[in-house]
Design a protein around this ligand. Structure first.
Ligand code: AHR
Length: 501
């Protein structure tokens, strides 16, 4: 038997706030993500409110989604906002050239997206088109959304059904400009960012935070150029965040990424190992920003993250559909635990993508809908939104090894919630072994514990439309004695313990 792991939580040394925006979503015009997945149109037989699926909206509401990024992704740099306003029957039909070469009828446009944001009590993160539209388009889109005067743009918005200006919390200036967003160099994009950002203006109190399009994985040249390290002009007037992307591929090979289900234990552990690399990727960006922006003005926005597998056999090419298993729930929780360590610079994270695309929280099939294990990981971690980070020490954590890959057996995080509870998030990464943990609380004494665990019968346990509740949280026994507790974590599990003072 393994020796117990000892953990000490320092409630007497509270740290920064864990921003709720680390629990953001990304929803692109891609495959069945928005169309079918969220939007079916008012004439659909699928029960809907103004075109939005009731089942999906009701499932998303409890997640307390703080922010949704839209309309892309790669789609953002071929999207022209005027295509998506006015009577739906008059909107042009375009081709979504990036994702499947399918018809895009523009029935989801600005008004529909903002309706979604309001239905979910969320906030908007619009990604503007820098790749294939001039600065005036981006500038006028922002004015159309935020103007409260007698300008023609404000009148046009009112005529299209929206009296009040919208608050747009975040605005992205392009996406992946090193690739689908225009195949630019960091220096070229940095200049272009300045140009486009110069003309982004809104009435007082309505200016969104501006996010520049950055790099991916361990690359730092985009962060470096954007934060001024390699330009003469240095830091300039308005840049709130630099976006960064990191996707987890089981094999690390884009040609053969690995399957969503039916994978060997070697790909279980390689996926967990590769997802933990996000920590190093964030550290690299932070080192650059510490140098170029020591005052901490510029945040990192990890506005695309998650697993990317070989697509579901038989699914449409370019739709990025994949099943979602207990492995994905562990990926999500491991990312959350890492994100909490980076609260100072990491201002936002958005999982790709909400419904039916990549690491989705919901999957739909006609009128049916299921919650994925990733959904349950997000739901379990809600108490961490805007909670206060607590440092912790972990002793005696054994390694879990398969072949030449090794990860820690356990990952943990702790925080004081906004309603005064102590929250502990725990991941047991081992495919087959349980592990016991003794937890000591410094500066907190607990009266009661409420604990839930998410696990599955196998490393690829997942929900299906015929069996939608195969993987869902259940209660977890905790042995509590004031300022100490003992808990046994089942193999391949995510647990959250909430302690009442
Ligand atoms: O999320 C899918 C795609 O991945 C996005 O459109 C793009 O930004 C990234 O390459």
């Amino acid at each position: 038997a393994l020796a117990d792991v000892e953990m000490t939580i320092r409630a007497d040394e509270p740290g920064d706030t864990i921003s709720k925006y680390l629990y953001g979503q990304f929803a692109e015009h891609l495959g069945r993500g928005l169309y079918e997945g969220i939007w079916v149109g008012e004439d659909s037989d699928i029960p809907n409110t103004g075109g939005f699926r009731n089942d999906v909206i009701e499932a998303l509401k409890p997640l307390k989604i703080p922010v949704i990024r839209w309309p892309g992704g790669c789609f953002a740099d071929e999207y022209h906002w005027r295509d998506g306003i006015g009577p739906r029957e008059d909107r042009p039909v375009r081709i979504n050239t990036h994702w499947g070469w399918v018809e895009e009828d523009n029935s989801i446009g600005t008004h529909e997206f903002m309706q979604l944001v309001e239905m979910l009590d969320s906030e908007a993160y619009i990604a503007g088109n820098i790749g294939s539209a001039p600065p005036v388009d981006m500038a006028q889109w922002l004015q159309y959304m935020t103007a409260d005067d007698n300008s023609t743009l404000a009148k046009e918005r009112r005529a299209n059904g929206r009296e009040e200006p919208w608050k747009v919390a975040f605005w992205g200036v392009g996406n992946e400009t090193w690739g689908c967003g225009g195949n630019m160099t960091p220096a070229y994009y940095t200049d272009l960012y300045r140009r486009y950002a110069t003309f982004l203006k809104a009435p007082s109190g309505y200016m969104p935070k501006l996010v520049a399009s950055g790099g991916q994985n361990d690359a730092t040249d985009w962060t470096e150029a954007l934060s001024g390290g390699t330009t003469d002009a240095g830091m300039f007037f308005k840049i709130d965040g630099i976006s960064h992307h990191y996707y987890t591929l089981p094999t690390g090979d884009w040609g053969k990424k690995g399957q969503a289900t039916g994978f060997p234990e070697a790909e279980w552990i390689s996926t967990l190992d590769r997802t933990l690399m996000v920590d190093g990727h964030l550290n690299l960006q932070e080192e650059v920003l510490e140098r170029n922006d020591p005052d901490g003005q510029v945040g990192i926005y990890l506005d695309e993250w998650g697993t990317w597998y070989d697509p579901t056999p038989g699914s449409t090419q370019g739709f990025l559909e994949q099943q979602n298993s207990i492995r994905d729930a562990l990926v999500a929780a491991l990312n959350f635990n890492v994100f909490h360590e980076h609260t100072e610079r990491l201002h936002m994270a958005n999982i790709a993508q909400t419904v039916n695309v990549l690491q989705a929280v919901l999957l739909t099939d006609g009128p049916k809908m299921i919650k994925t294990p990733t959904y349950h990981a997000f739901e379990l971690y809600i108490p961490f939104q805007d909670a206060t980070y607590l440092p912790l020490e972990l002793d005696g954590v054994p390694d879990y090894e398969v072949g030449d890959v090794s990860v820690p057996h356990v990952s943990a995080t702790a925080a004081l919630t906004t309603d005064g509870k102590l929250a502990i998030g725990l991941v047991n990464l081992h495919a087959s072994d349980a592990i016991d943990i003794d937890i000591d609380l410094e500066g907190f004494s607990a009266d009661a514990a409420e604990a839930r665990v998410l696990t599955g019968a196998s490393i690829d346990a997942h929900n299906t439309f015929d069996s939608p509740e195969t993987v869902k949280p259940t209660g977890l026994d905790v042995n509590l004695d004031g300022d100490s507790l003992e808990v046994s974590l089942p193999p391949r599990s995510v647990s959250v313990i909430l302690l009442d003072p």
